[in-house]
Design a protein around this ligand. Structure first.
Ligand code: NAD
Length: 476
């Protein structure tokens, strides 16, 4: 395998004007699988100029044209899905099944926004005098700069691309340099559905240099970022200084509260799926397992069995239930979190270390009796570790759930509708699962509160973040 990933600027796939490249690595075996073009300042300026002309053309298209385009794009993505799924496994490490689901999800997102484009309603406002007509119309906010990470290279990008295109915006995407291959192919497929040049651009390079340059440019009118809270705050500050609209989908540290009246087997089964999906590298992955005292020991034993069933391996192997982590930083981070927890009194029930051999693997891990001051209970783990602590009262569980600055996803398992309702109302979180892990589908809102960011990337609200409102007061 020797992928060569160019940049997309003004409808042309081209190498960097500086002829610089960055290496791409397969996390399953650490082999080099190709290289990605590293955009120069001149490339970024060309991408900005193209986004401006692309916007001038795309904003004039009718909602029916944009809707038809997005439906066609969804169909083309389905046609080429298997090729892109394989690329995702090669560069990111996830299981082929997970990669296929990421691709089918991408088509669904495109279809959702194809329909939302047609529902971009304005509103009439009753005037104060009969000779006036007053109304609100929505307009595309302008060229968008989107920054997307390596955990779901296509899923994180398509939510931004589809919303921007549905609204009539042009968009420059900066994907992750570590996982550029499938996203570039995806964007090529989107282009083939018939976009004017400049409407969609793709750049890679030094993340900080690119974001600083694009955010400061007067061409860009909106920023959308998915990634860590620390980088989100940095980009928010840059965007704030330039008065740019923002959507921030940042980290989380999801509490999973298991009450003493829960169906334990079902709760653990669902939590296992959610925990080890994408090797735990998901912002909605449950990461603080809070179990009520009477079920605590049984829950740990049950989750140990689940974790030990997750066979690690190359995402292409049929027997694999969990792939490697996406990069060596995550392996080092997992080890540091385990070591810190153990030093503070936690117990490794299973896993807790990286296996010998090639690849960025880390064993599915269960930690018991994790004290509140352990780093893993205070920093987003973003990996395959389930950290357990016990609680006595519901009030104590809720307090722990809300203790951290994040508020993206939270899970509650209980046999009581009243308790479920009480937790749901008290939890500070953008997404709440009550005996459920079903979240992240295009028709559902997706976004956090507090340090997890703001704006929603799904559901009926999502388009609004790519639109501005114009109030019109007209004498007739
Ligand atoms: P990181 O914080 O350096 O990078 C996170 C992402 O942001 C990467 O894709 C990176 O390319 C990008 N990035 C970094 N600096 C940037 C900048 N100045 N401008 C634009 N983009 C920039 O760390 P990392 O090691 O890649 O990931 C570690 C942490 O990031 C994880 O622990 C997790 O908390 C978070 N993360 C969150 C998500 C998510 O879905 N919310 C996805 C990936 C990573």
């Amino acid at each position: 395998m020797n992928y060569q990933v160019p940049l997309l600027i003004d409808g042309q796939w081209r190498d960097s004007s500086s002829q610089e490249w960055l290496d791409i690595t397969n996390p399953a075996d650490e082999s080099s699988i190709g290289r990605v073009a590293k955009a120069s300042r001149a490339d970024l300026d060309a991408a900005l100029a193209a986004a401006q002309t692309g916007f001038a053309a795309w904003r004039k298209t009718s909602v029916m044209e944009r809707s038809a385009y997005l439906r066609k794009a969804a169909a083309l993505v389905r046609e080429h899905a298997e090729e892109m799924a394989l690329m995702l496994v090669h560069e990111q490490g996830k299981r082929l099944t997970e990669a296929r689901i990421e691709l089918s999800g991408a088509s669904e997102v495109l279809e959702w926004f194809a329909e939302e484009a047609r529902r971009c309603y304005g509103s009439m406002i009753p005037p104060r005098s009969p000779e006036l007509r007053q109304y609100v119309q929505h307009e595309p906010v302008g060229p968008v700069a989107a920054f997307t990470p390596w955990n779901f290279p296509i899923n994180q990008a398509v939510r931004k691309i589809a919303a921007a295109l549905a609204a009539g915006c042009s968009i420059i995407v900066k994907g992750s340099e570590e996982t550029p291959v499938a996203l570039a192919r995806f964007i090529q497929v989107l282009e083939q559905a018939g976009l004017p040049a400049g409407v969609l651009g793709l750049v890679y390079g030094v993340p900080g240099d690119i974001s600083e340059h694009l955010i400061a440019s007067p061409v860009v009118r909106k920023i959308s970022f998915t990634g860590s809270t620390s980088v989100g705050k940095l980009l928010s500050a840059q965007a704030g200084a330039a008065m740019k609209r923002m959507s921030m989908e940042l980290g989380g540290h999801a509490p999973a509260i298991v009450c003493d009246d829960a169906d334990l087997a079902r709760s653990l089964k669902l939590l296992g799926v959610q925990k080890f999906w994408n090797a735990g590298q998901a912002c909605i992955s449950p990461s603080r397992f809070l179990v009520q005292a009477p079920l605590y020991d049984e829950a740990i034993a049950g989750f140990q069995r689940i974790a030990e069933g997750y066979v690690m391996g190359n995402g292409l192997d049929k027997a694999t239930r969990m792939g490697p982590l996406a990069n060596p930083r995550r392996v080092a981070a997992m080890q540091a979190l385990v070591d810190d927890a153990v030093a503070k009194g936690a117990r490794v029930v299973t896993g807790g270390k990286a296996p010998d051999g090639k690849g960025y693997f880390f064993a599915p891990t269960v930690l018991a009796d994790v004290p509140q001051d352990a780093r893993i209970f205070n920093e987003e783990p973003f990996g395959p570790i389930a950290a357990f602590a016990r609680f006595d009262s519901d009030a104590q569980a809720l307090q722990e759930a809300n203790r951290l600055p994040w508020g993206l996803a939270a899970y509650v398992f209980t046999g009581s509708a009243t308790r479920g309702e009480w937790f749901k109302n008290g939890i500070e979180s953008g997404l709440v699962g009550i005996n459920s892990i079903a979240m992240g589908y295009p028709e559902q809102p997706f976004g956090g509160v507090k340090d997890s960011g703001y704006a929603s990337e799904g559901g009926a609200d999502a388009l609004a973040f790519y639109l501005s409102s114009k109030f019109v007061s007209q004498t007739i």
